[in-house]
Design a binder for this molecule. Sequence first.
Ligand code: PLP
Length: 401
Amino acid sequence: MSYPSGRHFLQIPGPTNVPERVLRAMSRPTIDHRGLEFAKLALEILEGLKEVFRTSGQIVIFPASGSGAWEAALVNTLSPGDTVLMFETGQFATLWQEMAGKLALDVRFVPGDWRHGVDPDALETVLREDRGHQIKAVGVVHNETSTGIASRMREIRKAMDRAGHPALLMVDSISSLGSMEYEHDEWGVDVTIAGSQKGLMLPPGLSFNAISDKALAANKTARLARSYWDWQAMMTPNRSGFFPYTPATNLLYGLQESLAMLRAEGLENVFARHARHGEATRLAVRAWGLEVLALNPAEYSASSTAVLVPQGINADEVRKIILENFNMALGNGLNKVAGKVFRIGHLGDFNDLMLAGTLSGVEMGLELAGVPHQTGGVQAALEYLTQVAQEARAHAAFQHA
Ligand code: PLP
């Protein structure tokens, strides 16, 4: 492509499009992070985040990518040799368990086919068999960004309760927070792991732990070595709005703005918008005669969709053609599904017309790349989006009548 005019379509499942409002907020001059103006900002954000995580408990913010918050969750609650139970739902679950192994934890990694989320029944069985309560923590990736599959958190919580097992529940909500329903308190999550670059609509660089009282209690006896990630070192200065080291001040300006945006739209509306875009995308994929990686409709992700390409086609070649011709980046297949899928991110600051543009780029790319398919995917998505809009108008008219 010669000069790529117009806006680049960043349709990977995170980092997501950063809205102008957030970019502008971040362009303000950096201030003294030991001054009162900063403390006011930090206190407001730490409080505001609670609405998004749906917790009344503690939240900490690390200047780090999401992986930092994975590590923080583990080192703050566990001791060397502790057993953790994780499930192979995809690439991010695989990376997290690798990290746990490197931290001298004893990982039980239940194999998976990358086409399903965590099976609540399998979880219950493993926990019931663990009569001596060797398993200290269960780690679940809520939304597997690598597969577009969301584990059923309510059922997972119930399975743990049925088994009567005391393990901590740690949940990676990196690509679900701020885009799909997430309930830290109600689901009895002990540590939630999140990052800035997806539903929170910020650039990468901030990560989060939301922490239950049970996790705080575990923290008192946890013996894994920790320094940078130490919750206590973070929480003590946080009480007055300060950090133990230099915070990412300008990202925090952005976060203040993105929290205001989420509040203005209303979380329920944010979730409904993502669900609508997930459904419209899957309708397009089906109309193309292609398949999504997720096999269980109860586990469809609202924030990203992995599309299988027919055998003999390299999904990365399709992505390359779409990037070169239409200036749109799609997510690549990772690890076991490398070359077999491309991923469409439909999360963050996104609307119906952006999705229409995204799906148009994919449909044209399928044609250019010689992928056997039927046309009409975009049309199927547009019809669905129109129908939802019509229903919303009818509903609004009824409310005002
Ligand atoms: N977990 C999930 C579900 C992710 O999607 C990602 C990154 O995309 C990570 C963990 C790792 O986060 P990061 O790359 O920000 O360290």
